[in-house]
Design a protein around this ligand. Sequence first.
Ligand code: SF4
Length: 189
Amino acid sequence: MTDEPLFNVAHIKLRTAVEGPFERCCIWFQGCILKCPGCINPDLQELRPRHICTLSRLTGIIADARDRFRIEGVTFSGGEPLLQQDLWLLCRNIRTMGLGIIIFTGFLPEKIPRKIRENSDLALAGPYIASRHDDSRFLLGSENKTIIEYSARYHEKLSYFEMASHDIMEEACLGKAGPGEAEIFFNGN
Ligand code: SF4
């Protein structure tokens, strides 16, 4: 047993160019309570233990990505990152490393906790609404989703989310979800 904060992680990609501006580490958390019809990651909705990682372990993985790949920042996706109750502590550690933080959340902007707002740079907030599906912007899913800046770090890079501004590649990640289990996971769109 550990007294450390724990996180329920579905996938980690140490370096990706399709989860926000610059090259980034992306962490997908397991579990979401919003159940948006048409969710792009339905396999990440179930509230079940996946890969349980301590705060220090996750911090170390991100530090390794920074040292090996010179990533600019970290993206949190899911699933619903804000269900990880100690997420702000991970944000604080990431900030200490000099990295930026982008959070994809299904929650509305006013529901994002103060500690998250104070320790991150950008949130892409709101549930996916299939009837308002939006192909004109990258990674935002539906027209209702809003981009919220908590710092000026990505202010000059908001055009990244405009589909027309760059070619989008889908990336395949090969990994194992559990013992004896093969897994192929795609990110980007
Ligand atoms: S908030 Fe995101 S992960 Fe959760 S159900 Fe909606 S689209 Fe899926």
